[in-house]
Design a protein. Structure first.
Length: 82
């Protein structure tokens, strides 16, 4: 597969997995264009799907829990799950 085919296939998959994230797509493409030639010349990185793993965004879910303490005061706690 030529570099441009690899880039095209990679970006199509990225956009399919992360729809509507145009800034993210652009940022990943700008990096991918530079590192795909290196990945192509070192098949161990392509076999290890290193580019796909590097471009998987972290997801964090944050939440707020409001409650009333024993003295009648309203409290709020924040938390997150990764």
């Amino acid at each position: 597969m030529a570099d441009s085919d690899y880039l095209t296939d990679f970006l199509q998959g990225l956009k399919r997995r992360n729809p509507g994230e145009t800034e993210f797509h652009q940022a990943v493409e700008e990096v991918a264009v530079d590192i795909i030639p290196y990945i192509e010349s070192n098949p161990r990185y392509k076999d290890a799907i290193i580019l796909e793993r590097l471009s998987e965004p972290d997801r964090v879910i944050s939440f707020r829990v409001c409650w009333v303490d024993d003295e009648g005061n309203i409290r709020a706690n924040r938390g997150h799950r990764v």
